[in-house]
Design a protein. Structure first.
Length: 187
């Protein structure tokens, strides 16, 4: 059912362009735009996964400004968008929190610009989500993508978003919006 959908933007562990495992920087645009997309599609929780203390503090300060600070008083729509945005230390923490809340481990959906043996179509995933009662966790990587170990732990990998050109380098916030609409949008 649609009321058990979670989303995590993973800053660690991800690859850089040399295929090294790194932690990428949190961007203000991703905090704001993905929070708004998650609110639009009624995502239960949006987690920003980052283990670096300075980045966690900055991200918490931005979220706090909109959740209960001056920003939230000024713009109630933005306050509403940030209501379910959280900062987590690790992907394991995100999964454990979902399991504690829902009473079962989430179905893990990852995204990639490549096709894998366990790739699933948007319509196929949408049908699963609308017909069962399991929690689902969408994982989006930053940098040059989620590391292979994360891809290997996923239940499904969504088919790539394809445009009409060979260029394929969408911002993660654009990819989140497109994917949420394809899977959870109006039928």
């Amino acid at each position: 059912m649609r009321n058990k959908i979670y989303l995590a933007l993973v800053h660690y562990p991800v690859y850089n362009k040399r295929k090294e495992t790194v932690c990428t920087s949190v961007t203000n645009f991703d905090i704001h735009d993905i929070s708004r997309s998650c609110r639009t599609y009624d995502i239960k929780e949006y987690d920003i996964v980052v283990p670096v203390e300075a980045q966690k503090q900055l991200t918490q300060r931005i979220i706090g400004y909109w959740q209960g600070g001056t920003g939230g008083e000024y713009n109630k729509d933005r306050e509403s968008a940030f209501k379910h945005t959280k900062v987590k230390n690790s992907l394991e923490e995100t999964i454990a929190d979902i399991e504690k809340t829902e009473g079962q481990k989430p179905v893990i959906i990852t995204t990639s610009a490549h096709i894998y043996p366990n790739s699933i179509s948007y319509s196929g995933l949408s049908e699963k989500i609308f017909t069962d009662d399991k929690p689902y966790l969408f994982l989006f990587g930053t940098g040059w993508g989620l590391i292979q170990e994360v891809m290997d732990m996923s239940d499904y990998i969504l088919e790539p978003i394809r445009g009409n050109t060979k260029y394929n380098h969408l911002s993660v916030r654009s990819a989140v919006s497109i994917i949420l609409d394809r899977v959870l949008g109006e039928n």
